[in-house]
Design a binder for this molecule. Structure first.
Ligand SMILES: [Zn+2]
Ligand SMILES: [Zn+2]
Length: 159
């Protein structure tokens, strides 16, 4: 199922480019194949490094020009995890309601969905006279390693 969703997000972005009369160059293809072939959250520099593994000719400039298009299309979301650099999330196209829990030490990010939380949000919103349009839930926490050892061996999973 995950693969079908990824292909779908990728194809939707290709359609998006076509609508804007933008060419699907080999570099761009390598970048979007990379972005939609991972479930991981990534930085621009990571996307560049991974894309270059696919196609050595991918340039930093093309990555930085393509990222705003990806976020504009709504298929990639720019996240604010309170870090000094932007982190991108490719999983909203497939899982629009997912939430994040992030380790305060190593920045490990885990996604989760909860119908219970959604029900609660709807209930609270209704009570206050609102209707939910979107939500964002982010839990900062101590991962298992941090709890057990007092530190995380692999600092900053997004490097
Ligand atoms: Zn996510
Ligand atoms: Zn940790």
């Amino acid at each position: 199922m995950a693969d079908a969703g990824d292909t779908c997000a990728r194809q939707r972005f290709i359609d998006f480019l076509a609508h804007k009369n933008l060419r699907l160059t080999a570099q761009r293809r390598a970048i979007i194949d990379t972005a939609f072939n991972t479930r991981q959250h990534f930085t621009a520099e990571q996307l560049l490094a991974w894309s270059q593994r696919r196609d050595k000719s991918v340039s930093r400039a093309t990555v930085y020009r393509t990222l705003p298009l990806l976020t504009e299309s709504g298929l990639l979301r720019e996240m604010d995890f309170g870090k000094d650099r932007k982190i991108y999330d490719p999983n909203y196209a497939e899982h629009p309601h997912h939430n994040h829990i992030i380790c305060q030490d190593c920045d490990k990010i885990v996604e989760f969905e909860s119908p219970k939380i959604e029900r609660l949000e709807n209930e609270i919103s209704r009570r206050l006279g609102f209707a939910v349009r979107s939500h964002r839930l982010q839990i900062t926490a101590n991962c298992e390693e941090l709890r057990r050892l007092g530190t995380c061996r692999k600092k900053d999973a997004t490097e």
